[in-house]
Write a protein that binds this ligand. Structure first.
Ligand SMILES: [Zn+2]
Length: 64
């Protein structure tokens, strides 16, 4: 029997068990995402931010 001191959680995105996770605060408590899904969600939110800015830029360009 091997002793495991590391905590493992189930990722909310891919539902894989992992000990390499990041906490994601949620209104129901803290959820966990594995490193891969967490980084993927960061990349996605960055992209959304950029496209949001682009939309505003285009909207302003049309107004002027
Ligand atoms: Zn995952």
């Amino acid at each position: 029997m091997t002793k495991k001191n590391k905590k493992t959680v189930t990722c909310i995105d891919c539902e894989e068990k992992t000990d390499n996770f990041y906490p994601v605060p949620n209104n129901r408590g803290t959820l966990y995402k594995c490193k891969e899904c967490y980084e993927l969600s960061l990349t996605r939110s960055c992209r959304n931010e950029y496209s949001y800015r682009d939309i505003h830029y285009i909207a302003n360009a049309i107004k002027n």
